[in-house]
Design a protein around this ligand. Structure first.
Ligand SMILES: *Cc1c(COP(=O)(O)O)cnc(C)c1O
Length: 488
């Protein structure tokens, strides 16, 4: 399998690359992304053969279909990262919450958010590739809370990779900050920025584009790479759990093989939803993918009206911060898949130059063949949290955005998989408030919810409050470059 570019080729970069090349240098011509040249197809026999498969075996079967340049030993070692999940045999449990709705919990990994699903094995693969090539990489991440901890966790003590992680000081929850500043590994540097998440992200983008910064890195034989969700090395791991959730429904007897289901995905950068789209295209029986957003509703405007318009929007902070995103990177891969490279380049150029693009009515109906979308407010989310807590199911605010999609978008009475992307413990003050108790700090909120609703706080969250703080650097934006270079 080779990978080609969403915006076509510029004559400078290779027009086709291998999987490992797409992982190490994820940016393609004209600022585009890499996509598989042709998606493999999965037939009835494939699904039948894997109804009882363990998660890792399903992963291996999918990798075989993709036929990428990762050898078996490396893939096996990468998949062993799932051994650190709560249940290594089933890292993604499926929990029934209604007769026809099942929550697929993607947060049973070390940092309690769904980023671990892909970043854990991906981190192993990237570090291994770098080591084999004798190259050193700097991975930079700007985080509002989930990507940072998951990136630090996957690369800690990794060979040939260093990580610099920027977070807005005061702009994350206590748990998220502690997950970063207590991470004790000599190859990782965590830097607090005086400013908000946008400032951290802008600082990161400026550095990534800076020739002088790259030159100075080159002096210490270090290349830049990215571990964000535009990296196809992450996307491939995000296809698997969609297959797995479907097969679990079959195994439970909730559906028969071949019966279509709805998938509800709480979306920001659209990596999770893209995994579902690819799974559907490859042959998973999916009726539609229902996209849930918060009030930063660019995705629902695109899918309902065919308009992606940033000119009339500014980022609003919500209680589901991992979905506070206006430029949703992975949408581009769907545009490419449906409309081809020339049209994708045209649309993305419009977005960059005019801040907006509009699909034709035909294009919009093509998009709506696979997707439907809605969004909900923080208040609606809290009501959902309270409603399900009464029934004995505690969920985080990102997961809560899915329930409006589940209730309002289904045209047929089909079984539905709702993806839960974070454990409630990562957003405990919001959950606590939704349940009628105001707690200022995460520690109070964790204790209160745990006691009143009889849900455990996992060891890796409870321990954070005892661990020594390793990273104390907090700087102004103009000091970031120096901090990173002196760390390198
Ligand atoms: C990253 C994240 C999302 C958004 O996922 P995308 O793949 O970027 O759409 C949703 N919820 C949580 C908790 C996340 O960490």
């Amino acid at each position: 399998m080779t990978f080609i570019e969403t915006r076509g080729n510029d004559g400078q970069k290779p027009s086709e690359v291998t999987f490992s090349e797409a992982i190490l240098s994820p940016s393609a011509s004209f600022g585009g992304l890499y996509v598989p040249k042709q998606l493999p197809s999965l037939d009835f026999d494939f699904f039948k053969a894997h109804t009882e498969s363990h998660y890792k075996d399903l992963c291996k079967a999918l990798f075989e279909k993709f036929d990428v340049d990762i050898n078996e030993a490396d893939l096996n070692a990468a998949l062993d990262r799932y051994d650190a999940f709560d249940d290594p045999e089933n890292p993604v449990p499926l929990v029934g919450v209604e007769n026809d709705a099942f929550v697929s919990e993607l947060w049973h990994g070390p940092t309690r958010a769904f980023k671990d699903m892909a970043l854990q094995p991906f981190g192993y693969i990237l570090s291994k590739l770098a080591k084999k090539r004798g190259e050193k990489y700097l991975i930079m991440a700007a985080t509002s809370g989930d990507t940072g901890p998951a990136t630090l966790e996957t690369f800690k003590n990794a060979a040939s990779v260093k990580v610099a992680c920027l977070y807005p000081d005061g702009g994350t929850s206590d748990v998220q900050r502690l997950q970063m500043v207590t991470e004790d590994a000599p190859n990782e540097k965590v830097i607090g920025i005086r400013g908000n998440f946008d400032d951290a992200q802008t600082a990161l983008k400026n550095l990534l584009a800076s020739e002088s910064f790259k030159k100075r890195l080159a002096q210490s034989h270090t290349k830049l790479s990215a571990a964000n969700s535009v990296n196809f090395g992450r996307i491939i791991f995000q296809i698997i759990y969609h297959l797995h959730s479907y097969l679990q429904l079959v195994k439970k007897g909730a559906i028969s093989m071949g019966e279509p289901v709805y998938l509800v995905v709480p979306s920001g950068n659209f990596g999770n939803a893209l995994g579902g789209y690819y799974a559907k295209k490859m042959g998973l029986p999916v009726e539609k993918i229902l996209i849930a957003s918060n009030i930063n509703n660019v995705l629902s405007d695109l899918i309902n009206k065919g308009e992606y318009d940033l000119t009339c929007k500014s980022l609003i902070q919500t209680t589901s911060p991992a979905m506070d995103i206006l430029k949703s990177s992975n949408v581009e891969r769907v545009l490419y898949d449906k409309f081809g490279p020339e049209r994708t380049k045209e649309l993305m150029d419009d977005l960059n130059e005019k801040g907006r693009y509009t699909l034709s009515p035909e294009e919009l109906s093509m998009l709506r063949e696979d997707f439907d979308a809605t969004y909900s407010s923080d208040e609606e989310g809290k009501a959902v949290i309270a409603q399900y807590a009464e029934k004995g199911y505690i969920m985080d605010p990102h997961t809560a955005t899915c329930f409006k999609a589940y209730e309002t978008l289904r045209k047929k009475s089909l079984k539905t998989v709702i993806y839960s992307t974070a454990e409630w413990t990562k957003f405990s003050p919001t959950v606590c408030e939704a349940l009628g108790h105001k707690a200022e700090r995460d520690l109070d909120a964790l204790q209160w919810v745990s006691e009143h609703y009889h849900v455990p706080v996992p060891r890796m969250i409870a321990e954070l409050f005892e661990k020594p703080i390793v990273h104390t650097t907090v700087v102004d934006k103009d000091r970031i470059e120096e901090e990173i270079l002196s760390f390198i």
